[in-house]
Structure formats: C-alpha cells, structure tokens
Design a binder for this molecule. Structure first.
Ligand SMILES: [Zn+2]
Length: 256
C-alpha cells in the first residue's frame, strides 16, 4: 500500500518534470544561422565576430559564415547555385557589399529563397541595401523592403523609434532616442508596401525622415533590416548590437 502511494507520488511529480524538460530542450535548440558577408568598403571580419557574439548572448546558435569576394564590388557566391541553399538555416544574415553586380538571374536565386510561406527569413544590414543597386529589376529591393542607392554624409544620427517599435521583440531595450556612432544615413527612395518602419532618422542634407530599422513581409517570409552598420565603432555599440541580434532571433521566429 505504502509502495503504491509512493509510486503514484513519483508519477505525479515526474510527469510535469518530463514535460518541462521537453519544453526546455525545444527552447534551447540552437538557432541555425548563416551569415553571407564580404565585398567593398567595410571590415567584414570584425563585423562577423561582433554579430555572432551578440546573437550568441541571447541563446545558442550554430553559425555558418560564408565570407567571400575580398574587397570587390561584383563577386558571385557559388553557394547560390544550389536552389536549396537556404533550406538548412532558420535565418540568413546578409551583410555584404556588391554594388556593381547586375545579373537578375543570379539575384533571383537569392530572393526566391527568402520568399513566400516556407521561405528562409533574412536580416539585411547596411551595404546589403546598396548591393545589386544597378539592377534594372526590383526583386532585390522588394525583398529588402526599401530602395536605396546613396547615403548621406557620415555623422552621429539620432534614431527615433516609431509607434510600431513599442511592442516589437527586436526593439526591446531600445532607448527613446539612440544617437549612432559616426555612421552613414541611407537615403530611402522607396518604402515597399509591406515594410513597417521601427525607427527613423532625419537626413541632414534634405531634412527628410527615412526608415533606419524596419521589418518587411516578403510574401510570407520575415525580413528585418537596418541601414546602419558602416564602421567598426557602430559594431561596438551595445544598442546597435542588441537590436540587430534581437532582429536575427525575431526573423527566425524566436520571439525573445
Ligand atoms: Zn558603409
């Protein structure tokens, strides 16, 4: 009799514990993240280290880094020849700068992987917005959520969150105003219809307000973007690293 009671007590205690363990292991499942980086004008090795470290602080991540193209403006990545190149990943971060490459078939191999239900989510940073900027077709810009081909001079720009930032997981901890280190404000010529600005900055050249942090819905695939991230000083800034790292997790469907 006593043994039976003990057994029942053990079962009653053990069941919730097992459920909890299962939930814990699901939450701790490492994020599978791919970083595409390289090209002109920026210190991509430094930025890759800063990015991967910042995201790892929020939870376990298995990073794959594809850093190619040297300092050129027109490199092609052999990775994209595989039509399923993005499938193994929960999220792909684009932090590259290949402004002079204008091959629509090549670019569609990238954008089609980040499109529609079942597409692989993406995070797009700084010069990704000027990559493929001479393309006649808009596929890349529609994927990014913004069209930009030039930037304002380097300065310390105030960045102000929008109303949409209030409850957005990527913007947790973002201050009422963040002043960037010396960085470039990108002039946004077009904001695509499914883009939601999370923070904006005002150009010192033309006085206009431009999205600096945003989300895009690329036919059902999440995209998170920011135009800041030029110099290493920005990649040392805890506020920048926090929203980018949270943006990576949000894009991948990890809401915390
Ligand atoms: Zn730059």
């Amino acid at each position: 009799m006593k043994l039976r009671h003990l057994t029942l007590l053990f079962l009653a205690l053990a069941l919730p514990a097992r459920v909890l363990l299962a939930a814990d292991s699901a939450a701790a499942k490492p994020l599978r993240a791919l970083l595409i980086t390289g090209g002109c004008c920026h210190d991509y090795a430094f930025q890759a280290k800063a990015l991967t470290t910042a995201v790892e602080k929020l939870g376990p991540v298995t990073w794959t880094i594809v850093h190619e193209g040297g300092t050129t403006k027109n490199a092609k990545f052999p990775l994209y020849e595989n039509p399923h190149w993005a499938k193994p990943y929960d999220v792909v971060v684009h932090n590259e700068c290949f402004a002079d490459l204008a091959d629509p078939d090549y670019t569609r191999k990238i954008t089609s992987a980040h499109k529609g239900p079942g597409g692989t989510p993406a995070v797009v940073i700084h010069c990704a917005m000027h990559t493929y900027r001479t393309l006649k077709v808009d596929d890349w810009r529609e994927f990014l959520g913004v069209t930009s081909s030039k930037h304002d001079h380097q300065a310390q720009y105030p960045v102000t969150p929008t109303a949409a930032a209030k409850n957005h997981p990527a913007m947790r901890g973002f201050p009422a105003v963040w002043t960037t280190p010396m960085d470039e404000l990108y002039i946004i010529e077009k904001v695509w219809p499914k883009t939601v600005a999370l923070a904006t900055s005002v150009s010192e050249q033309d006085g206009k307000t431009y999205p600096a942090i945003w989300t895009n819905d690329h036919d059902g695939t999440r995209v998170f973007g920011t135009t800041y991230g030029h110099g290493n000083v920005t990649w040392l800034d805890p506020i920048f690293l926090n929203y980018v790292a949270r943006g990576v997790r949000w894009a991948a469907g990890r809401e915390n």
